[in-house]
Design a binder for this molecule. Sequence first.
Ligand SMILES: [Zn+2]
Ligand SMILES: [Zn+2]
Length: 352
Amino acid sequence: MLGVVKVGRGKGLVELREVEEPAPGPGEVKIRISAAAICGSDLHIWRDAHPYWPPVVLGHEFSGTVSALGEGVTGYVVGDRVVSETSTGSCGDCFLCRSGNRHICPDKRAAGIGRDGAFADYVVMPAGLLHRIPDGLSLEEAALSEPTAIAVHAVMERAGVRAGESVVITGPGPIGLLCLQVARASGAGPMVVGGTPADLPLRLPVATATGADAVVNVAEEDLVERVMAATGGVGADLAIETSGSPAAVELLPHLVRRLGRIGVLGVTGRPAVQFPWDVAVFKGLEVQFSFSSRHTSWITGLRLLGSGRVRARPLISMEVPLQRWQEAFEAQAEGRAIKSLLVPGASGKGLS
Ligand SMILES: [Zn+2]
Ligand SMILES: [Zn+2]
């Protein structure tokens, strides 16, 4: 079968290659990939700016149908529509695994990063990581289950968003846009989204279309002023940082009210960044960092997608076959696509 493979360590070094079709071992399920979405971390691996274990088939955000069952697997039949958590390799025995947090186990080697992933015709995953796709949710939309679970974990489970809260989101990338919808689905509002001029053509209009009450181009307007205007001069109850921009990080304590909360997902790619520590102390802020997603995040995320309270479709800008992976990577890296889907075995549709 064909796979998009990070073939070695260094910048670039991603190729479409013939790779061996995987077979499910005991407790595993072989899944025929329907659609796989490109993640920011795939782009970082492409540029050698994220951990990975080559050679490895990339791709961890996907949907598919069950095509074969390994020994001992029950509860699934061939043809079932499924998505999968990515916490492969977790030991099952450490403090984190045993306390229900296998997503952050030190031994984790996520699919598409530390073991072969979904930019291919087939992937094999442990049955215990699978979730059924709700009826009525398309396979293309279901390919965004993983980033939706990330948003649920950060906004609901970590930052604890509540109905009626004012929220500001710094960074309208795919994760920021899903955080916006998850917060909106939780009853939060008003919602303010800050972005850069690069976000003007695609991302900020989608923010407006999916629930933002105000969008702010930070190159032209003062985000703190806009948040103050939206919150009666008090500041937001909750800020969610999804840009990884050091300038945004430095702004966070000024965006929220006294005793407000900050939820962080953005990775800066730097050894250290500036943060106005004393402002945060004197305001009595709470800060919640968030990494990956829990089993519960997937259950909630799939319910939100299945009920239409979170819509993945507005984020999907292009669908192309595996052969055109580079075009899709570039479109997403350059902001010409919010989310690109790789569709194995297809000629590609809905091309932008
Ligand atoms: Zn991802
Ligand atoms: Zn563990």
